[in-house]
Design a protein around this ligand. Structure first.
Ligand SMILES: Nc1ncnc2c1ncn2[C@@H]1O[C@H](COP(=O)(O)OP(=O)(O)O)[C@@H](O)[C@H]1O
Ligand SMILES: [Mg+2]
Length: 486
């Protein structure tokens, strides 16, 4: 059996190894500054330099006092001048930003040239780093923004992008992050690669993975597995294909204990750099991890996950039913009483996701990803674009989802629990009217269906408010309103 081995070479790993340490000098400093300074402080020269500075400052103060003593009315000013020179200026120099960054296999260190020590002002081991991302105003040049290093504790260290300056430094920095951090550099704004003229086609960058994935001709040529194929050491026997998506197929399979399961497959790219392949696995593991943390009767249960033959599989409980999409297409119009029951179940599952710590955003909450069983229960599937969000932040994401169900902020690459509330409203509209919702439009089902109640109209309109701050915030209120409809 050809199990996937992430360390296996594919003949393209011809990247020159990095030096032991990468030093990035922030404008207007140079790499040498830090070295010279280090050397100076290593010897007595550093201390002498400090004493000379103090001596000069004292003289400066003395001359100020002498000068201003002749003018009584500005006597006070001379003292203020002295305080500025002796206390405020040195303090200011301490508080001023970092001048150098050093990265090595242990972590990232922020240095300040001209302080009397050569140890980092702040050093963070890689295991403490949560993510790297770019914080830039989309209306302005990306280089006017900041590169942010977020620690797991939530502390964020910012570096002005413009201060990184030369292209070589960018190269060094991104390579060092890629090589050592173990943190996916996919959070780096793709515009950065353009702005810094870094070669997107270099296999060590996330861009390649994104491009490889979004190339449809590649996927069309992939063969789905055929019935009776046995995988995972014979543990699962394929019965039939039940779905075909962007990343791979979904199959119905039989487990050795006789139970039916669904194998959701992800085709992993092979002819790309090892890092790109690692990132593909990361993405797969991300869905698995989110699902593993969820236990709710309306969320599909993850049984197991594995990688085999360059394909990654999630083993899911089999939901014997159909998607809400196909149910509505076949059965429209669905009685309003039945719709209220579905709405209650969907509301309940959203409340569960939002109550998680940190909250989970499904990100693709659509009738295609909601399955309905024969006895009328619902199961949320497809957590591929799901994420955990920091409740304090507005969230961020890549553009993914079905436009009719996407909240306006999702089109801007922003996603939060509010976006799932929007998708809930749009899904409810589809259930009531049987019509595909108009994208980026507040929805009013009462205009399309006469027997739609005022309460349901209010819920749909409230959830599909375009502005996030106007939209329904609390699903508890929706739940209460829905109960009055029973
Ligand atoms: N656990 C499951 N039980 C039954 N059918 C499933 C299950 N998971 C997925 N499917 C079927 O496979 C299709 C695709 O699955 P989904 O997870 O939505 O993947 P994607 O949309 O990324 O291709 C679904 O629309 C559904 O018909
Ligand atoms: Mg889907």
């Amino acid at each position: 059996m050809n199990r996937f081995n992430p360390e296996e070479s594919n003949g393209r790993d011809n990247v020159v190894p990095l030096n032991k340490e990468t030093v990035i000098a922030l404008w207007p400093y140079s790499k040498n500054d830090l070295e010279v300074d280090k050397e100076a402080h290593a010897t007595e020269r550093g201390k002498i330099k400090g004493l000379v500075e103090l001596f000069v400052n004292c003289w400066f103060l003395f001359i100020l006092v002498l000068l201003f003593n002749h003018f009584e009315f500005i006597n006070l000013l001379s003292y203020v001048g002295g305080v500025v020179v002796l206390i405020v200026l040195p303090l200011f120099s301490l508080l001023r930003g970092f001048t150098h960054i050093k990265l090595n296999r242990n972590g990232i260190g922020f240095y300040q040239y001209d302080t009397s020590t050569d140890t980092a002002r702040k050093s963070i081991p890689w295991s403490f780093v949560q993510e790297f991302y770019v914080n830039a105003n989309p209306k302005r040049d990306v280089l006017a923004g900041y590169l942010c290093v977020k620690e797991k504790t939530g502390t964020v260290h910012k570096i002005k992008l413009r201060q990184i300056g030369e292209r070589e430094q960018w190269h060094d920095l991104i390579r060092a992050i890629d090589e050592w951090s173990g943190v996916s550099s996919s959070k780096l704004d793709p515009h950065l690669f353009d702005a810094t003229e870094i070669d997107k086609n270099s296999p060590s960058y996330t861009m390649l993975w994104l491009e490889a994935l979004s190339a449809p001709p590649e996927r069309a040529r992939l063969n789905p597995l055929t019935p009776d194929v046995r995988i995972c050491d014979g543990k699962y026997t394929l019965v039939r294909q039940i779905g075909a998506g962007g990343q791979g197929s979904a199959y119905l399979a039989r487990s050795t204990d006789g139970t039916q399961v669904v194998l959701k497959e992800y085709i992993l790219p092979i002819y790309v750099d090892i890092k790109v392949r690692k990132q593909a696995i990361e993405r797969f593991q991300h869905e698995a991890e989110i699902l593993r943390g969820l236990k709710h009767e309306s969320v599909v249960r993850l049984i197991h996950h594995f990688i085999e033959d360059h394909r990654a599989y999630l083993v899911l409980e089999y939901v014997d039913g159909e998607t809400l999409q196909s149910l509505v297409e076949k059965k429209t119009p669905i009685p309003m009483t039945e719709i209220v029951e579905y709405a209650l179940l969907l509301c309940d599952v959203l409340l569960y996701l939002q109550a998680k710590q940190p909250p989970v955003v499904h990100g693709d909450f659509t009738p295609d990803n909601i399955m309905v069983t024969k006895d009328g229960r619902v199961k949320l599937i497809d957590f591929m674009v799901a994420c955990e969000v920091d409740p304090e932040s507005k969230g961020n994401s890549s553009l993914a989802g079905k436009p009719s169900y996407m909240a306006p902020e999702q089109f801007r690459g922003c996603r939060s629990v509010q976006s799932d509330i929007y998708a809930f409203g749009a899904t409810l509209y589809f259930l009531i009217t049987g019509k595909e919702p108009e994208p980026i439009t507040q929805l009013h089902p009462i205009l399309d269906r006469e027997d739609c109640t005022v309460v349901l109209e209010e819920i749909v309109a409230g959830c599909t408010e375009q502005a996030m701050e106007m939209r329904v915030v609390c699903m508890e209120d929706v739940l209460k309103k829905l109960h009055t409809e029973r």
